[in-house]
Write a protein that binds this ligand. Structure first.
Ligand SMILES: [Zn+2]
Length: 254
């Protein structure tokens, strides 16, 4: 059983002293590969370093919309240089996040769009974050038609179907296991099984029965079991199909 966690944040401030033993232990508990996702220049650099340390860790580098306001002038050049690293499998996470009061939509759009163009130039899949910004995210995806994933999906079944029509994948976290997850379950039902990705978004979003605790990739089996139930396949089949989907999108075998 080889599970792939397509979205994890393993930084020392979240995991402290047990970071390295934890990552080393993951293959022995069924986690075959994981993608360590950056959200600014510093975290992207750290995730790349982690991917150099462990052969089961791959990295994504990008500027998250919450971190797009005080960028150095040469941020795009710095990012492009990082994306040339041999352990990089995606550009991300990038997108729109309108959740906070300090939101400047124009700045977010500029940083998002520059990174979509960079992904196209470098032929990399993108990892998209979208919170409280469904319409603007969909318009941006329709304009640029990137290959990639809409991660930690929180939209409707209709939006999920539209994302799939654009050729993209959809990632679900432990939210799928929550009692009140009707919307996420409906969206998961609407996505063809060959476009589904499993992710933790750890240290956040721990699945039931670990809800509220610090999440790590070993908990992804609970999300996989729930996704399997929704799609009417066995857990082993679901893990295998999601693994093939992740390897295809992120080219983890080449
Ligand atoms: Zn994330």
């Amino acid at each position: 059983m080889g599970i792939i966690d397509t979205h994890a944040h393993y930084l020392e401030e979240d995991f402290g002293e047990d970071l390295f033993p934890l990552i080393e232990s993951l293959p022995s508990v069924g986690v075959e590969k994981l993608i360590a996702v950056g959200y600014d220049l510093r975290s992207s650099r750290e995730e790349i370093a982690l991917a150099h340390k462990y052969s089961h860790v791959f990295a994504a580098a990008g500027i998250h919309p919450e971190n797009c306001y005080a960028l150095p002038e040469d941020w795009l050049e710095s990012l492009e240089e990082m994306l040339g690293d041999e352990r990089i499998c995606a550009l991300g996470e990038i997108g729109f996040d309108y959740h906070y009061d300090n939101t400047d939509k124009a700045v977010q759009a500029e940083v998002f769009e520059k990174q979509l163009l960079l992904a196209d130039k470098l032929d990399l899949p993108v990892i998209i974050h979208s919170r409280d910004a469904c319409e603007d995210t969909m318009n941006m995806l329709k304009k640029h038609r990137p290959k990639g994933v809409l991660h930690c999906f929180s939209g409707s079944a209709e939006t999920a179907a539209e994302v799939v029509r654009l050729g993209m994948y959809i990632g679900f976290t432990g939210v799928l296991t929550f009692k009140n997850a009707k919307k996420a379950v409906a969206a998961c039902e609407a996505v063809p099984i060959d476009r589904l990705l499993l992710e933790t978004d750890c240290p956040y979003m721990a699945p039931v029965p670990h809800r509220g605790k610090r999440c790590d990739s070993s908990m992804l089996q609970f999300t996989a079991a729930r996704m399997a139930e929704i799609k009417g396949v066995s857990t082993e089949e679901m893990i295998d199909i999601a693994k093939q989907n992740a390897e295809r999108l992120f080219r983890l075998n080449s």
